[in-house]
Design a protein around this ligand. Structure first.
Ligand code: SAM
Ligand code: FES
Length: 343
């Protein structure tokens, strides 16, 4: 079955993926082959992406998210364009070649403000990834023209019914239209999903795998769902480590050359979550460069790692983490290197 995915992914059915997800006897083989594929296409290199979470204001009310608009216990913050550009300079100075600008969906930042960030940060000779949620299509086009390289917008879940339940006023179809638009505009486009959402079964997760394959996503962020106490999902169970690693490994088999991060959420549910992910197909890590005191306030879920005083420590820490599991820190921009032929 694993061989079939490697050589003929187009023939694999939803049922077959769900079967692998439901049964654990192939896990060791799955993880080993995912690592093999990753080494074949991407070598031992890991790309670092420095992330700045510049605003925790959000107009959305996603049921799982700690910064949802109806959570009144959040201390809200917005960084100024100046502050953001200075943080990006610091990332570039540390030799990290990608700056990720992430926020809640916050219309306070106009197309011109984000455009100014892109223009100024581009001068530091870095790739820029935007992750500011759903915006107007002409805004995406404008930022792309100014030099933005990539856009992260997880599809969250490819189960349409579940998507509707979790996102008041949004639909999976709409999210998909945004992702297709981003691809069409020439962004390296990142989708991805949470594992262990309430009501999600192995078929839903199999749909996530097939969705990113069919989209030909350039990046896929996969992390466990972690219940936040101030949300309607407070009492739900968190996603599991092994299931999340399986999703990452399967995604690597379907998209051998995609950039797949070892996510912070995985590092939050298990002390070696990110290290394990790097061994199961992930090839990217995202050190946090959000300055304090804001960092702790960008609480999408509880107990998020890296909340401490020294707010640039994650740069060195992630480099050490990568080396500790036998991989190398890349000094490259880390664009997707498309493998045109599969063997
Ligand atoms: N607003 C932008 C967007 O929606 O694309 C970017 C920020 S959004 C908060 C970043 C990601 O956090 C989401 O795509 C979601 O997958 C993840 N997230 C939110 N709440 C979470 C939770 N409780 N557990 C795990 N991941 C969560
Ligand atoms: Fe933040 Fe290790 S990555 S402290």
């Amino acid at each position: 079955m694993i061989e079939k995915i490697v050589h003929h992914p187009e023939k694999v059915t939803l049922e077959e993926i769900a079967w692998i997800l439901a049964n654990d006897e192939l896990n060791e083989q799955l993880f080993a082959v995912a690592d093999e594929v990753r080494r074949k296409y991407l070598g031992k290199e890991v790309y670092l992406r420095g992330i700045i979470e510049f605003s925790n204001y959000c107009r959305n009310d996603c049921l799982y998210c700690g910064i949802r608009s109806s959570n009144k216990n959040v201390k809200r913050y917005r960084m100024s364009v100046e502050e953001i550009v200075e943080r990006a300079r610091l990332i570039a100075q540390m030799g990290i070649k990608t700056v990720v600008l992430q926020s809640g969906e916050d219309p306070y930042y106009t197309r011109e403000m984000i455009g100014e960030m892109v223009t100024r940060i581009k001068k530091f000779n870095v790739a820029i990834t935007l992750s500011v949620g759903e915006r107007e299509f002409d805004e995406y086009a404008y930022w792309k023209e100014l030099g933005a390289d990539r856009y992260l917008m997880r599809h969250e879940t490819a189960d349409e019914e579940l998507y509707r339940k979790l996102h008041p006023n949004d639909s999976f179809e709409n999210r998909k239209a945004h992702l297709l638009k981003l691809k069409q505009l020439g962004y390296e486009t990142g989708a991805g999903s949470m594992v262990g959402l309430p009501g999600q079964d192995d078929f839903s997760l199999a749909k996530d795998v097939l969705f990113v394959y069919q989209l030909d996503a350039d990046m896929v962020g996969i992390g466990p769902f972690i219940p936040h106490p101030d949300t309607p999902l407070a009492e739900c169970k968190a996603g599991e480590l092994t299931k999340t690693l399986k999703l990452i490994a399967l995604t690597r088999l379907f998209l051998p050359d995609a950039n797949i991060p070892a996510t912070t959420a995985l590092g939050t549910i298990h002390p070696f979550g990110r290290q394990l992910a790097l061994k199961c197909g992930a090839n990217v890590i995202m050190p946090n460069f959000t300055p304090s005191p804001y960092r702790a306030q960008y609480a999408l879920y509880p107990n998020k790692i890296c909340i401490f005083e020294n707010d640039v420590a994650c740069g060195e820490c992630t480099k050490n983490l990568v080396r500790s599991v036998g991989y190398e820190v890349s000094e490259d921009f880390g664009y997707r290197r498309k493998a045109h032929e599969r063997t």
